[in-house]
Ligand binder design. Structure first.
Ligand SMILES: [Zn+2]
Length: 371
């Protein structure tokens, strides 16, 4: 991954390169934000840049021996730590999964934690960064760098570190051997020990700018303008999610219509219509149920963004409501709905009966909207 391959984030990339070149990049940096915003690709581009022996202002050269090794993610001075699962016959450390990891990163650099765990686990499993991992981190970093002036340790999904592992790396994170760069990546940094966070320089990775995302979907993925725009809006700056949704465009558009009906039945308290809707429109398709809830979540968030924009009369070029159902919400109402919908999503994911979940959503939607 090169800086030039990263979608959007022009200023951020420039600031990161400048920080490195001017010696202002701390020895431990933490990128925060959703996986699909690009934290791992940025970490990989930065690593390539740091290890390249012939970098220019903008990017790594692509030709030096170091770049050639980065092409295969086999540079001996680049180390990875990521969540793994407990599997019979395999030590629960990243090294046991490194070839799977390389394949995953090549195929899905914007992929999520859930994608990764699905990739290595045949059944529903929880991933973690366990205590043995901290021993390998300490051991690897105590060695001299092999080929480069620097050693880099990328810890992906750092919040998955259990407390024992986290406590065991505190010392090396605070005082790493010379020329070591830690890059921690986290979606939920609030789940990390404060002692870890305080030892890093946090750089938030924001959602990808809608224009950049839409342009990418048109140019690289061949979507027409309308579909690219819709997807850019629905995925809210998350490239991983856009790529996941490409094959589901029709369904996405259908959800706009479906939500209008659903809302109408809720307002009129037409229980029989609501149940019919749940049974026939959502049926037993768990993915359709999840996407419908995601669509409502998206609508609630965008209604709030839109009303804030109108209030401040600033035009940020949002096309976000063109295909959204309009509902008038106060911030408090939106908060209640977001919480309720997130819970509903959890319930569906845990296979709670869809009729019960969506009936509850209907009742609560009505309650909030008629207050
Ligand atoms: Zn190079």
């Amino acid at each position: 991954m090169y800086f030039k391959e990263i979608i959007g984030h022009r200023d951020l990339k420039r600031r990161i390169r400048t920080a490195f070149r001017t010696g202002k990049l701390g020895h431990a940096t933490m990128f925060t934000g959703k996986e699909g915003f690009g934290s791992l690709p940025i970490a990989l581009a930065l690593s390539r840049y740091v290890l390249c022996t012939n970098r220019n202002d903008d990017d790594a050269c692509g030709k030096c021996p170091s770049c050639k090794k980065m092409d295969k993610l086999i540079h001996p001075d680049l180390h990875f730590v990521f969540p793994v699962i407990n599997k019979k016959g395999k030590d629960p450390i990243s090294d046991s999964y490194i070839s799977d990891w390389r394949k995953f990163v090549f195929n899905k650099p914007y992929g999520s934690y859930v994608d990764w765990i699905k990739y290595i686990a045949s059944e529903n499993k929880q991933g973690g960064i366990f205590k043995d991992e901290s021993d390998t981190i300490n051991r690897k970093l105590s060695l001299k760098s092999f080929e480069s002036d620097h050693k880099i340790m990328i810890i992906w999904m750092a919040e998955k570190m259990n407390d024992t592992a986290a406590n065991k790396i505190l010392k090396i994170l605070e005082e790493p051997p010379a020329s070591t760069i830690f890059i921690l990546i986290s979606v939920f940094p609030e789940q990390l020990l404060q002692t870890i966070i305080s030892r890093t320089q946090v750089i938030p990775i924001p959602p990808i700018d809608s224009e950049d995302l839409v342009a990418y979907l048109e140019l690289a993925k061949g979507l027409n303008e309308e579909n690219a725009n819709d997807l850019g809006v629905f995925s809210e700056g998350d490239l991983g999610r856009s790529l996941e949704l490409i094959d589901r465009m029709d369904e996405l558009n259908q959800n706009v219509q479906n939500f209008s009906y659903f809302l109408e039945y809720c307002k009129l308290q037409q229980t029989s219509d609501i149940l019919r809707f749940i049974d026939t429109t959502l049926g037993k398709d768990k993915t359709a149920q999840i996407e419908f809830l995601n669509y409502i979540l998206h609508t609630v968030r965008h209604n709030i963004i839109q009303s804030t924009i109108e209030k401040n009369s600033k035009n940020i070029g949002s096309k976000s409501l063109e295909k959204s159902v309009k509902i008038n919400l106060t911030l408090v109402q939106a908060k209640t709905l977001l919480k309720m919908l997130t819970e509903a999503l959890n319930h569906i994911e845990r296979n709670v009966n869809a009729r019960i979940v969506f009936m509850d959503v209907a009742i609560q939607l009505r309650k909030v909207l008629t207050v």
